[in-house]
Design a protein around this ligand. Sequence first.
Ligand code: ZN
Length: 149
Amino acid sequence: MIYKGENLIEFTDTFKTDLDCLSYLASIKWSKGFICPKCGHDKFTISKLNLARDCNRCHHIDSPTANTIFHKLRFGTRKAFMIVFEMSATTKSLSASQVAKRYDISRTTAWAFMYRVRTAMQSSQKHLIVGEVQVDEFVFGGKENLKQG
Ligand SMILES: [Zn+2]
């Protein structure tokens, strides 16, 4: 389930809504099933709103974005996916101002997210990849970095 498309149309067709993106992240995160990070239980209830897993024993809530670069953003996951796509598909450097305008978010918010993406790319030893988006690299590359920070 690693997204490797390089076609913008195909990308936007695959990820039409925030829920599509969350569902993609959930499929990677829980590809081997869910185990509660707090108590180790494996039975859960899924929130229809954001696909978070609510542990049936201790009610710890684990969201698909937790420990990823997509966690607690001030804008939708779909916008974030598109920014990552753009950052990895273009050889030219993308400025925070351009991203802010394009996705209708503040320049500071755009800068902070782009910084997160770049750091994740570096920590997973992947630089800007031309023509190939490996969302999972960013997802799990970000995990390591967030722990340090
Ligand atoms: Zn639990």
